[in-house]
Ligand binder design. Structure first.
Ligand SMILES: Cc1ncc(COP(=O)(O)O)c(C=O)c1O
Length: 289
């Protein structure tokens, strides 16, 4: 039987329940993270936990575990569930309290984590995906990885109804990010992506890509770009923990470039694969000692 973590303890998945007055359930008052697992090992776990603590701080949530304690719990979960390729989903809510909007005087955070098998979307990496453009109707704190995802849900639903994989959001003329990804465009061999302000989530995959650019002298700017820039870009790709570096070859029925994944996108995918290999190898070496 698959296990999950409930408030620091490993329990059977069937034993889990959410109190009707859990603030995550009623208000979306909580935060979450998704960590990729490759070869049974956590990828960019430190970066995800750093962002988790930052989201917690922005919402005055006190996570009762250190990063080391949390990592140990997550690693144990992956081991008992014998997860090879997949994800860990974890969330902290402000806990259970009588329903009032303001923070309760006393409450204990509810912590839940579980694993799912998720294969790498190789077909998407190779062929690319289509997207639509939608108005960004979300709140102004998209930098917090909060449980409130209704704006994102509605955007992704519109994409799904049009047979597309992602919805690219924009505020006026400015492209912000995908419904569950960051967006990059390539023009004249230079990458452009929205700066990490309150209007987007500072993606971990985005950070890895920018590190790759620094290491391989690929030019980039963290600057806003317009819908017109997007539609006339040489290449477009999205980045996220589960989608990694996925080429976008069509937006609102319009082909991007020649309608196939671009050369620089492919190069970055290759470097990203190397990063996965490097990180999983490093962990193996540590375990061997
Ligand atoms: C709104 C949004 N932006 C960006 C991302 C990409 O972030 P990461 O690369 O950390 O998965 C996500 C991931 O779920 C997201 O939901």
């Amino acid at each position: 039987m698959e296990k999950f973590i409930l408030n620091g303890k490993l329990v059977d998945r069937s034993e889990g329940y959410v109190d009707v007055e859990d603030r995550g359930y009623q208000f979306g008052d909580g935060i979450y993270e998704v960590v990729r697992v490759y070869n049974g090992q956590l990828f960019t776990n430190k970066e995800h936990l750093d962002r988790l603590y930052l989201s917690a701080e922005k919402l005055s949530l006190q996570i009762p575990y250190s990063a080391e304690e949390l990592t140990k719990q997550l690693q144990e979960l992956v081991t008992v569930n014998q997860l090879n390729t997949g994800i860990i989903y974890m969330q902290f809510t402000r806990g259970t309290a009588p329903r009032k909007h303001q923070f309760p005087e006393t409450s204990h955070l509810t912590f839940v984590a579980y694993t799912n098998e998720v294969e790498r979307p190789i077909d998407h990496f190779e062929k690319g995906v289509s997207a639509i453009l939608v108005d960004d109707i979300r709140w102004l704190r998209c930098d917090i990885k909060s449980l409130n995802l209704l704006g994102n849900v509605l955007a992704k639903q519109q994409a799904a109804e049009k047979g597309c994989y992602e919805a690219i959001q924009h505020r006026g003329e400015i492209v912000t990010e995908g419904s569950s990804s960051n967006i990059f465009i390539v023009k004249n061999n230079e990458l452009l992506t929205h700066p990490a302000t309150n209007l987007i989530l500072k993606g971990i995959t985005r950070q890895v890509i920018l590190k790759i650019c620094d290491e391989h002298q690929i030019a980039y700017r963290e600057e806003t770009f317009t819908i017109d820039d997007l539609l006339h870009a040489d290449e477009v790709f999205m980045s996220s923990t589960t989608s990694e570096v996925t080429p976008i070859i069509q937006v609102d029925q319009q082909k991007i470039g020649n309608g196939t994944p671009g050369a620089l996108t492919r190069q970055i995918q290759k470097y990203f694969d190397q990063e996965i290999e490097k990180q999983t190898k490093q962990v193996e070496t540590t375990t061997e000692k």
